[in-house]
Write a new protein. Structure first.
Length: 284
């Protein structure tokens, strides 16, 4: 069994090896059963012949023959079969353990990653990063989300909506994912409490980003709302981690004088930033 000494290097290789083990075991079991049946039949013939010649009672002969056949139908499991079944069970459990552990390992590597991921779409390569400043309390805490065009093609980003002919900018397309020290994850959506309703003209928050350039947003957690729990963020004095999620779209609020926006090269991919960790206040 030296071919079991080297475990599979990944889930796919482990699965293929398990299939090979199962097929080999099935073939071996079929050959073993055929050989045992043939051996039992050969050993049963002298027994039946001796019963027929030893007694003249036909009923007793038939009963003895049925007992002989019934006893021979129950095959004893050999030690080799038991060993092979144990090895297959261990291999299956090892593959299942690796498959269950893989997603958590990926999440851990993603949390430890301090560099944002570049995403390329239609030749345009973008990335978004986040950093935390003044985390003493929620009033002074500021988040800086930077969208950077790291490619060679100019593009546009639609970050949300504008009110009052551009006097108020609402980056509704920029979402945050906040994780506390207990592992509770909350997805946060932008909600400016100063402008809970919309009355009047609405435009797209369109930002041109030249190749090699960047655009930075200063954000506050006080402007973010958790739709799942239906409340705003209230941070306790403990450790947190935060990252940015962004889904690009084309223009959503076209007006008569902004119809040309639909011809602009808006980036419509998805971005996720690095994970920024911070401590609010002093821990208890």
């Amino acid at each position: 069994m030296t071919w079991l000494a080297h475990p599979a290097s990944g889930p796919r290789e482990g699965y293929l090896r398990i299939l090979q083990l199962g097929n080999a075991f099935q073939r071996w079991r079929v050959r073993y059963r055929v050989s045992k049946i043939a051996e039992n039949r050969r050993s049963r013939l002298p027994r039946i012949h001796s019963l027929r010649t030893a007694t003249s009672n036909p009923l007793q002969v038939d009963a003895d023959i049925r007992a002989t056949n019934q006893g021979s139908s129950h095959m004893n499991v050999s030690p080799q079969t038991i060993l092979l079944m144990v090895l297959v069970a261990v291999t299956l459990s090892h593959g299942q353990f690796n498959a269950e552990k893989l997603p958590q390992e990926n999440v851990k590597r993603r949390d430890d990653n301090t560099r944002p991921l570049d995403v390329k779409q239609d030749g345009v390569k973008l990335k978004v990063s986040i950093r935390v400043a003044n985390p003493e309390n929620i009033d002074s805490l500021r988040l800086y989300a930077t969208f950077e065009n790291v490619g060679d093609i100019d593009t546009f980003l639609n970050l949300g909506m504008m009110l009052g002919n551009g006097k108020t900018l609402l980056p509704e397309a920029v979402q945050l994912v906040l994780t506390d020290v207990n592992g509770q994850v909350r997805e946060l959506h932008f909600f400016d409490r100063k402008h809970p309703g919309v009355a009047g003209r609405v435009d797209d928050y369109a930002v041109p980003i030249r190749a090699g350039s960047a655009y930075t947003l200063r954000l506050s957690l006080q402007d973010y709302f958790c739709p799942k729990s239906r409340d705003f963020v209230n941070l306790k004095p403990e450790r947190y981690s935060v990252r940015v999620k962004f889904a690009g779209n084309g223009p959503q609020y076209l007006n008569v004088d902004t119809a040309g926006l639909k011809l602009m090269p808006f980036w419509t991919g998805k971005l996720e930033s690095n994970v920024a960790k911070f401590q609010v206040g002093k821990p208890d």
